[in-house]
Design a protein around this ligand. Structure first.
Ligand code: ZN
Length: 269
């Protein structure tokens, strides 16, 4: 009989990429998990997972809110990630995703907000922000979305660093709009990895590639940029080395926060 895995202690003001896009953020006394994926490696339809999570969901303890940029793709929302999200007290996602998922999902359109009470008495406001899941000229679905409906998130509250989580977004134009409308973003979790899907958009990236991740960091002006979504799935075509190289080329190594998955990274320098 195995002993239960130890719970992951709280680490205030920090984020940890646990694998793929999946990031744990401890902010304002809340534990937040974005794009949960916890399956073991293996096939998921047309996608193949190549690495399991550095931290399994049973170790996360009580989670306050799960953020799902889109529920449509297994690399952002796999089977165990789905079970985990549906067991959380609150799941924030797209409007179409919330309709598919049901309780406890709440749908947000871009620029909608949802506020959570913090244990310290303040509030954390989650703002849904736009994301474009492919090239700017990518074929649009009947709802006008490239690939599918996707949102990113900005987390903000008194005394807290403002944190942007990109979701699957390939558009620097969109990052620029977010930076303009929400000044003072202190930390960004950027879905990099240049995900490319055979037969889709001529295999052009559906997430940030390394150069665009560095460009996003430049546009945001955030002192902390945490790449996620760059390893763990076969369709991610650029990894840690490429990201480090691109940030170095841009002269932005000081604002790059990257470490092995399962490592806490401070959200303020
Ligand atoms: Zn996707």
């Amino acid at each position: 009989m195995g002993s239960p895995s130890p719970l992951l202690p709280r680490h205030a003001g920090s984020a940890m990429v646990v694998g793929g896009p999946t990031t744990v953020l401890d902010l304002g006394g809340l534990r937040i998990v974005s794009d949960p994926t916890f399956d073991a490696p293996g096939p998921h339809g047309y996608l193949t997972k190549t690495e399991g999570p550095a931290v399994t969901e049973d170790r996360l303890g009580d989670v306050d809110v799960v953020l799902v940029s889109h529920d449509n793709h297994a690399d952002n929302f796999d089977d165990r990630g789905r079970a985990f999200a549906l067991a959380a007290p609150l799941l924030l996602t797209t409007t179409s995703g919330a309709a598919r998922l049901g309780s406890p999902a709440k749908g947000l359109a871009a620029w909608d907000t949802h506020s959570l009470r913090r244990p310290d008495g303040g509030e954390l406001t989650v703002t849904a922000v736009p994301a474009v899941h492919g090239p700017e000229d990518g074929e649009r679905d009947p709802d006008g979305d490239v690939n599918c409906q996707v949102i990113g998130f900005v987390l903000a509250g008194d005394g807290l660093p403002t944190v942007y989580i990109s979701g699957d977004n390939a558009s620097i134009r969109t990052v620029t709009e977010i930076a303009r409308r929400i000044p003072g973003i202190a930390a960004a979790v950027l879905h990099a990895g240049a995900a490319r899907v055979p037969g889709k958009f001529r295999e052009r990236p559906v997430s940030l590639d390394s150069v665009r991740a560095a460009a996003a960091a430049a546009v945001l002006g955030a002192p902390v940029n945490i790449p996620a979504h760059y390893t763990g799935w076969a369709h991610f075509t650029e990894g840690r080395e490429a990201i480090e190289h691109a940030f170095d080329d841009a002269g932005l190594t000081p604002v790059l926060a990257i470490a092995d998955h399962g490592t806490w990274l401070p959200l303020t320098p």
